[in-house]
Ligand binder design. Structure first.
Ligand code: DX5
Ligand code: ZN
Length: 219
């Protein structure tokens, strides 16, 4: 059985009915719910904030995988922790003190993630790899769903896989952006543990969530 987990991005869901969209994802056997938070400053798009996440919390018991594309992020960590995030992922460029921000996430008993943009070196995360639960490799430039997968980002996945396995760290590798039924296979082969997907899950096969999640999982 595959250990790959699927974290559907609700960026591709119908924002006017997010509660039922999330319930449908749970029925379709999603493992996590990926929530993209954008501020129009760190990335050129604006999505949702802690109040919406708080209202969505009652619709599912699946973990909320909250990807913060906001800067400066540090003082908002508390708001997302209290809103019901289970994983809080931040970008190194969005904080002056990466270790301090990771510790803050942990102080709320949440899982901490660090995300690397396509142009961000793997060196940014290696020194904190022992402190975190998730490394989120961006395989598109963050900001929008439906972009083309950047294959070269898999080099970072391979480096991280080796490092995590050899040092026996707990961190999981998650990949985000442009994942489809073809590149999901090479991402899994490169060593990812968690696939994020918006467009493929919500739009392929007439929007058959269950089928699309299953197809991504089996590689
Ligand atoms: C992009 C977001 C992604 C995005 C993925 O900034 O972080 O989570 O929603 O969507 P697809 O799968 O459509 O690339
Ligand atoms: Zn994301």
């Amino acid at each position: 059985m595959s250990n790959i987990k699927i974290s559907p991005s609700i960026l591709s869901a119908d924002f006017s009915k997010l509660g039922s969209e999330i319930q449908d994802l749970e029925k379709a056997k999603a493992d996590l719910i990926h929530i993209d938070v954008m501020d129009g400053h760190f990335v050129p798009n604006i999505t949702i904030g802690p109040e919406v996440i708080n209202k969505l919390r009652k619709y599912t018991s699946l973990p909320f995988d909250v990807h913060l594309m906001i800067s400066p992020v540090h003082d908002f960590i508390k708001n997302f922790a209290e809103a019901g995030a289970d994983i809080i992922t931040i970008h190194p460029e969005a904080t002056d003190d990466l270790v301090g921000s990771i510790k803050k996430i942990k102080s709320f008993n949440k899982k901490a993630g660090v995300s690397l943009n396509p142009e961000t070196s793997v060196d940014k995360v290696l020194p904190v790899l022992n402190l975190i639960d998730i490394v989120l490799i961006m395989s598109v430039n963050p900001g929008f769903g439906g972009q083309k997968f950047m294959k070269e980002t898999l080099e970072k996945v391979k480096i991280l896989r080796k490092e995590i396995d050899s040092k026996k760290y707990n961190a999981k590798i998650e990949i985000d952006g442009g994942i489809n039924f073809e590149n999901s296979k090479i991402a899994i082969k490169a060593g990812v543990d968690i696939l994020v997907s918006g467009t493929t899950i919500f739009k392929e096969n007439g929007g058959d969530l269950k089928k699309n999640i299953q197809l991504l999982k089996t590689g």
